[in-house]
Design a protein around this ligand. Structure first.
Ligand SMILES: Nc1ncnc2c1ncn2[C@@H]1O[C@H](COP(=O)(O)OP(=O)(O)O)[C@@H](O)[C@H]1O
Ligand SMILES: [Mg+2]
Length: 226
């Protein structure tokens, strides 16, 4: 199995007054290419901390993170930001689009940051806009889009750099049920088509059937969801 994301014995503690609080405790996870894994867990259980570590935004206190065959341990901030730009896609609860850029321009901005050739970027942006069902919206500004449309732009933007791994932190939290299912089924389709490894943190029971595996973050570790 070609695992594109491997977390090994991840521990993370935070200073809490005078004591250390252990949020992640020897957590292990492997996600294969083309696999969409859902992670559930109560508020404060460490889900965002876990995604930040998997996304090279936060260092673990100990343990290993491997993305697309490469260990990120001990890499410089510059190397990590390049890794995020080229290998990782992020989707958050809110789309966080840039207000003064049209849909198509939001996507091309990511491509230009990642150093993708202009013609390739334009092609990829058009392709993703079509796949997200947004062709008629490609020249619209974010304030003219519905919540579901905005989140689909955020999905397209996260996929622009053709990432090896994709992370979503409660991507449906601001959407109604039908819109939420649309967004997650688009994520699932892309993950299958591109062989991306994806982890989605969610509280939304209605989208679990669209995921390949459901895990529960409890006592600092990931367990099979009963
Ligand atoms: N930067 C930080 N400094 C101190 N404590 C933190 C920090 N980030 C998260 N925590 C603590 O870690 C725990 C887990 O937080 P978080 O990962 O945001 O949980 P979740 O996303 O599951 O709600 C919380 O108790 C939170 O207060
Ligand atoms: Mg969180």
């Amino acid at each position: 199995m070609n695992n594109r994301l491997i977390l090994r014995n991840i521990t993370r503690t935070f200073r809490d007054g005078t004591a250390n609080r252990t949020v992640l405790d020897q957590l292990n996870l492997e996600v294969a290419a083309g696999e969409l894994v859902a992670v559930m867990g109560p508020s404060g259980s460490g889900k965002s901390t876990f995604l930040s570590i998997a996304g090279a935004l936060l260092e673990p206190s100990s343990g290993q993170v491997e993305i697309d065959g490469e260990s990120i341990l001990g890499k410089s901030p510059d190397t990590l930001s390049k890794l995020r730009l080229h290998k990782i896609g992020f989707i958050f609860q809110n789309a966080n689009l840039i207000p003064y850029l049209k849909v198509e321009e939001q996507l091309r901005l990511v491509a230009s940051l990642a150093g993708i050739h202009k013609a390739d970027a334009a092609y990829r942006a058009r392709q993703l806009i079509e796949q997200m069902g947004l062709s008629h919206r490609s020249s619209a500004y974010p304030d003219k889009l519905s919540g579901g449309e905005r989140q689909r732009v955020a999905v397209a933007r996260a996929l622009m750099n053709d990432p090896a791994v994709l992370y979503a932190d409660e991507p449906t939290a601001s959407l109604d049920s039908a819109r939420g299912q649309d967004v997650v089924s688009l994520i699932a389709q892309q993950v299958k088509a591109e062989g991306t490894s994806a982890v989605m943190v969610t509280h939304d029971e209605r989208i679990l059937s669209l995921c390949d595996r459901v895990l529960l973050l409890k006592d600092g570790r990931l367990k099979e969801h009963p």
